[in-house]
Design a protein around this ligand. Structure first.
Ligand SMILES: [Zn+2]
Length: 388
């Protein structure tokens, strides 16, 4: 038996934001960051909520990679205000923060780190969740994952509960238009990683497969366009939808070792999520080659790669992923990303230890031990091939 979880409602297409006019409730708490709070469309959000008869307040203190402290602060704010809707507007950080704040608001006895698929949270007695992504990559609007940083331990906690999947996801193609090319690249590559890792996960299923392949095809087709021409409306809209499709895929299978390695690197060297994951995406495919060559060969064929054997297809897929990463101006080695060998070696034990304990490692086709993780970090450093 395998249980699949999706948002109850996904609103897509032009003017999707105006769906807010139709929601029923009294008080909305908008969870966002200071940059987004100043953007023009936020006035529309307020107007639509007013039209629906709701009052709204804004919590705009969410930082990139939100901390436990921020979640607790937001939950306090919510307890005083008493919202019946949490409305997350922003990238993965804002959506993840809103999910965790909502848990603490409904269930004050739960600590952030205790959010787990095994604990009953009893959500939706006080409020429900709407996610409105403004970037196209994290898929957080569709997943039951929230990544919160424990600042003292420099550790990213990937927490999960089926109860925190949004009730409504609103994918308005106007919102990602304002993204810089750099942000479009980093978040778009994150979506690619979600699709690829969701497709090869040991927990994959027919539903996650179909959504993964659809998302991967769309990223290869539209990400270069969205990167090169920020005004390309079609490319931006397709990437926005692909991100949520990839989220639905890995949310119902799992992410893999590119995410484990990326979370570990990102927490220590403060590298944004999309970049830190995509740095490991090509080598994670090579690492899994023996266990999952058929799956990777399928992906290769679905994006139009011609090959005589699975091995050849897998090799060409690795090349295609590296080419795409370069095409959108992102680094393919840690060295290119500005990390020195000295700094990497100094933190290698710590980095490798975190990979083994990551929630995204254990359903990967192959699960790295500490020594293998070290090799993967060194391989990622300068691209000089190692034997795994
Ligand atoms: Zn990700």
């Amino acid at each position: 038996m395998w249980e699949l979880t999706f948002p109850r409602t996904v609103v897509i297409g032009e003017d999707a934001l105006s769906y807010l006019k139709t929601i029923e409730g009294k008080r909305a708490l908008i969870v966002t960051d200071k940059v987004i709070h100043k953007l023009d469309f936020m006035a529309k959000v307020s107007d639509y909520l007013k039209e629906a008869g709701l009052v709204a307040r804004v919590f705009d203190d969410v930082e990139p990679e939100p901390s436990v402290e921020t979640i607790e602060k937001g939950a306090e704010f919510a307890k005083e205000y008493g919202p019946d809707w949490f409305i997350a507007v922003g990238g993965g950080s804002c959506m993840d923060a809103a999910k965790a704040m909502w848990v603490l608001y409904e269930n004050p006895s739960v600590a952030v780190g205790a959010i787990s698929p095994l604990s009953k949270l009893g959500l939706r007695k006080k409020a429900r969740l709407i996610c409105i992504p403004t970037t196209s990559g994290t898929g957080s609007d569709a997943t039951w994952v929230t990544v919160i940083t424990n600042v003292d331990e420099k550790r990213k906690m990937d927490l999960a509960s089926r109860e925190i999947v949004s009730d409504i996801s609103i994918l308005d193609p106007e919102l990602p238009k304002g993204m810089s090319s750099k942000l479009a690249a980093g978040t778009g590559l994150d979506a690619l990683a979600h699709g690829i890792e969701g497709y090869v996960s040991q927990w994959r299923n027919d539903f996650s497969d179909a959504l993964a392949i659809g998302a991967i095809q769309m990223v290869f087709k539209y990400l270069p366009r969205a990167y090169k021409s920020p005004e390309d409306k079609e490319a931006k809209e397709k990437m926005h939808n692909a991100a949520t499709m990839a989220g639905m895929s890995f949310g119902n299978s799992n992410a893999g070792v590119a995410h484990s390695l990326g979370h570990s690197l990102g927490a220590i060297f403060h590298i944004p999520h999309g970049r830190s994951v995509s740095l490991f995406l090509p080598i994670s495919i090579e690492y899994d080659a023996e266990q999952a060559h058929e799956r990777y060969a399928n992906i290769a064929r679905e994006i139009g790669i011609k090959a005589q054997s699975d091995e050849e297809a897998l090799g060409k897929l690795v090349e295609a992923v590296r080419k795409l990463i370069h095409e959108v101006g992102e680094p393919t080695t840690l060295k290119e990303a500005g990390i020195t060998r000295k700094d990497l070696e100094a933190r290698l034990d710590d980095l490798a230890e975190r990979v083994g304990s990551s929630n995204t490692s254990f359903a990967n086709p192959r699960v790295p031990d500490t020594e293998e993780s070290k090799k993967l970090f060194m391989y990622a450093y300068d691209g000089k091939k190692v034997d795994f």
